[in-house]
Design a binder for this molecule. Structure first.
Ligand code: FAD
Length: 447
């Protein structure tokens, strides 16, 4: 009897999921999800790796996935503990020698799977370019433009496939939860935590494309700082694998064929290519992305030194309203717009002169859509380490463009009462940058 464990981390979905399908090499397969406390409860540069909201959202997702298996009269194991250790224990229990899983992009997760000592069968179900489309890491283009130029002319993406749940899934129901998992769940489970499961992801996809037709105006609206329909908000589901990128891609193509194809529908696919590019970049350079210069020699993994300006930035108390309001939004909601992320990152790196990795670690802690490649590579991209030159933003100009009436800032900083764009005036303790000056003169009571 040959048995394999099937790890459903980043694969908690029924659509387009190869992990569910029959595997000729095995007689029985055992379904499992893990929560590795190291990824959530340990610290990084003195900061917890996950906020309590991020931990609770993940736990809620695992429990919900287990319930979905129960509804199908199947058993899914939940284990809380070091990845390699939990996998070894389960493998021993069921006499399994192989691990089937979604191929991670985070080097740390990959390493953990290797440390399990099991034979690995990894399927890259969360990339657009899978199977025979997989880029060769040795010849991967350095810049996004070159990557896009190479791929876009004949771009073909793996079509999503529907797989029936194999009858090979087998388990002893009494082993579904062990005592560690039960203790952890009773301590940390929060029923009101956000739930980013497949049903919510598919619903959001349907609404954004087919019901609201928000996709038609995406290019004009995507830079907004908030709002329900300005951007897709698919990042939560893509980050945890409850939505398949190939399924999204196919839905966008179908919409283009059946309803409208315009610059906006194209731009959504363009953004999904950015995600794709960073996934392959992360795989190409691995752990080097966590070095101060990214993968440029000499690699420097020393811990960055934070100073009090970093602490103020983390609290949204720098005195620059546009930056502070965006950080407050992140602290309250676990999300920040792409425009906000770019601006607060640029301010931390260039005006506050802090090591970019501190900001990346802070985002890792708080973003409910945290994704290793998208987060760390975007930070490195703005800092100008890695493959790109630095991207410095002018926060006052950006505030005037994206929050011209100051409503966003007043919403997140209710203590600020100045009207119109005057609310963007930096507080006296903020050193005024010369390149802000022409834009500071444009601040006025009403727009
Ligand atoms: C400093 C910084 C850190 C970031 N950290 C993360 C992160 O941890 N997780 C994450 O998913 N995204 C991250 N991003 C990328 C981007 O900000 C978010 O994907 C986007 O804001 C999520 O909202 P949305 O789903 O409505 O995006 P939309 O604008 O609707 O875009 C659709 C999808 O395209 C992808 N995408 C869009 N922009 C980018 C981008 N710049 N890089 C990679 N993929 C992109 C995402 O998967 C997104 O869901 C970061 C960007 C910056 C500048």
């Amino acid at each position: 009897m040959r048995r394999a464990l099937v790890l459903f981390n980043q694969a908690m979905r029924w659509h387009d999921n190869l992990l569910l399908s029959e595997q000729a090499d095995f007689d029985q397969r055992i379904a499992v999800v893990l929560l590795d406390p190291d990824e959530y409860l340990s610290t990084q540069y003195g900061m917890p790796r996950a906020s309590i909201q991020r931990l609770q959202a993940q736990l809620k997702l695992l429990l919900n996935w287990q319930q979905q298996w129960q509804h199908k009269r199947r058993v899914l194991h939940i284990r809380i503990g070091p990845t390699a250790f939990c996998l070894q224990q389960l493998a021993e229990l069921y006499d399994a020698d192989t691990l089937i899983a979604a191929e991670p992009t985070a080097p740390e997760q990959y390493q953990q799977l290797q440390h399990s000592g099991l034979k690995l069968k990894l399927f890259d179900i969360n990339s657009l370019l899978q199977h025979q489309l997989r880029p060769d890491l040795a010849t991967l283009p350095k810049s996004f433009s070159a990557f896009r130029r190479e791929r876009e002319p004949n771009l073909w993406v793996q079509p999503p496939e529907q797989h029936a749940v194999s009858a090979q899934f087998y388990a002893d129901p009494s082993l579904a939860l062990d005592t560690t998992a039960l203790d952890f769940i009773s301590r940390d489970h929060q029923p009101t935590a956000a739930l980013f499961n497949e049903a919510a992801g598919l619903e959001r996809l349907m609404q954004f494309i087919w019901q609201q037709h928000a996709i038609i105006r995406y290019k004009q609206n995507r830079n907004a700082l908030d709002g329900d329909w300005n951007s897709s908000l698919w990042s939560f589901y893509l980050a945890n694998g409850t939505l398949s990128p190939c399924y999204i891609w196919q839905q966008v193509l179908e919409f283009e064929q059946q309803q409208v194809a315009n610059e906006s529908t194209y731009w959504l696919r363009f953004e999904l290519l950015w995600r794709e590019y960073f996934r392959w970049q992360m795989r190409q350079h691995g752990r080097a992305w966590f070095s101060k210069n990214a993968f440029r020699p000499p690699l420097d993994f020393s811990s960055p030194q934070a100073d009090p300006r970093f602490e103020l930035w983390c609290k949204g108390e720098t005195g620059l309203p546009f930056v502070d309001a965006n950080i407050k939004m992140l602290l309250h909601t676990g999300w920040m717009s792409n425009r906000g992320r770019q601006n607060v990152a640029s301010y931390l790196i260039f005006e506050l002169q802090q090591d970019w990795r501190l900001g990346a670690a802070f985002f890792e802690q708080h973003l409910l859509d945290y994704d290793c490649a998208s987060n760390w590579c975007n930070w490195a991209y703005i800092a100008g380490v890695g493959n790109s030159s630095a991207r410095q933003f002018n926060q006052i100009k950006q505030a005037l463009t994206y929050d011209p009436k100051g409503d966003f800032v007043r919403h997140w900083l209710p203590g600020k009462t100045a009207t119109g764009s005057l609310v963007h005036q930096p507080e006296p303790q903020v050193p005024v940058q010369e390149f802000w000056l022409p834009f500071l003169q444009q601040l006025k009571v009403s727009s």
